[in-house]
Design a protein around this ligand. Structure first.
Ligand SMILES: Cc1ncc(COP(=O)(O)O)c(C=O)c1O
Length: 386
């Protein structure tokens, strides 16, 4: 049986996409108690910061829950502008980075157009491009010895040579740093040199440079945002989220940071109230306290190194990571499938990769907390002995 836990059948799902199986589906399929299920496939956190429970208990919201959220999400925008060091008019709020990615596809991709996706990467980039009836131009990343970095020359060629792009010149480039699922950030200077190259290629061909969407969902774990590059590359959109380092994935808060003109292009497609008033209040409170993400990141990084060492001691091969997840390599896709089955039968859900994917011989595991991670380590030891 295939271990790929993607069974939820949406009547409207496009062929390219199926949602993750729910905890209940996994529990039923593997005959384990639903309370024992732990998700290692979503790169989330086992618990939100403690202040979230305090805020929910106090519940003295300034705006009652019977009203819609303010359409400008003012408190959230103010808090994000201060935290990220950008202007209020350089920010757009969305229901998670995923909604902002969706708005980016709507704003910057025309039907019949094309977008560059350096692969392997976050699958939503390809899915959203296809949903816009645009072409996905996949450009392979460099290998493990180059930390899976972007191949700058190959991306530039695909962005400027119709033969390589397979038709119209792509108007959009999707980037992700740190990248999911490789767990690595682009090496210093790589994104800047790509942007410089794209700008000069476009200028010499008399074309507008492509819009570049840089997904920084995991940036807090790995250093500084590249949002300042919008000064020199005006068509840069940087995405941030409160789902990862701030640990409130369930509240759905994400942002675009870009020059005002691009924010205006995105805002054309923005629904007025997709972020709840509870999310606005809690998101604003978390962003206002600079210790919250910092402490989370420190704890996650320490646990990541402990978890990786324990997995290695059990005979698995976790690759280096600067994020809150580990890519674990196996000898073959068959061995990765067997390990996935072993985890699933114990109620532990890994991210698997389909046959033919560059990482079909790997599993991706979220770094959670010591107790939960140790269930994976124990499973790895047992699977190795079996
Ligand atoms: C690269 C990347 N971007 C975006 C998201 C989704 O973020 P959000 O929860 O803010 O929609 C994820 C979630 O795993 C991700 O890995």
């Amino acid at each position: 049986m295939s271990p790929t836990p993607v069974t939820f059948a949406s009547p409207t799902k496009p062929a390219s996409w199926s949602w993750e199986a729910t905890n209940e589906e996994i529990a039923a399929r593997y005959n384990v108690p639903v309370e024992s299920i732990v998700r290692f496939d979503t790169n989330t956190s086992p618990s939100p910061p403690s202040v979230v429970a305090e805020l929910l208990a106090a519940a003295n919201w300034e705006v009652p829950l019977s009203e819609y959220p303010p359409s400008d999400y003012r408190r959230l925008v103010d808090a994000a502008a201060a935290r990220y060091g950008v202007g209020r008019d350089e920010l757009l709020v969305g229901a998670g980075a995923d909604e902002v990615l969706d708005l980016s596809a709507k704003a910057f991709l025309l039907p019949g157009g094309a977008a560059i996706v350096p692969v392997p990467t976050y699958p939503m980039f390809g899915i959203l491009t296809e949903q816009r009836v645009a072409r996905v131009v996949r450009v392979p990343r460099r290998g493990a010895d180059a930390a899976y970095a972007l191949d700058v020359d190959a991306v530039r060629a695909a962005a400027s040579e119709p033969d390589i792009a397979g038709g119209a010149i792509p108007g959009l480039v999707w980037l992700c740093s740190p990248n999911n699922p490789t767990g690595r950030a682009e090496p210093e200077g790589v994104v800047a040199s790509l942007l410089e190259g794209l700008a000069s290629d476009a200028a010499s061909a008399g074309r507008r440079a492509p819009t570049v969407v840089l997904d920084e969902a995991y940036i807090e774990f790995a250093g500084s945002s590249l949002a300042p590059l919008r000064e020199t590359y005006p068509r840069l959109v940087v995405l941030r989220t409160l789902s990862k380092a701030y640990a409130i994935a369930g509240l759905r808060v994400g942002f675009a940071i870009a020059r005002r003109e691009l924010i205006e292009d995105l805002a054309v497609y923005r629904p007025p109230g997709s972020v709840s008033i509870v999310s606005v209040e809690i998101g604003a409170a978390l962003l206002a306290d600079d210790r919250i993400a910092r402490e989370r990141v420190e704890a996650t990084v320490a646990e990541r190194e402990r978890f990786a060492a324990a997995l290695a001691a059990a005979g698995w091969l976790p690759l280096p990571s600067v994020t809150n997840f580990l890519l674990v390599e196996f000898a073959s896709a068959v061995a990765a499938d067997a390990a996935a089955e072993g985890l699933l039968s114990r109620g532990l859900i890994p991210r698997t990769f389909p046959a033919g994917h560059a990482f079909a011989h790997c599993l991706r595991l979220t770094v959670r907390n010591r107790a939960q991670d140790d269930r994976v380590v124990a499973a790895a030891q047992e699977i190795a002995r079996a």
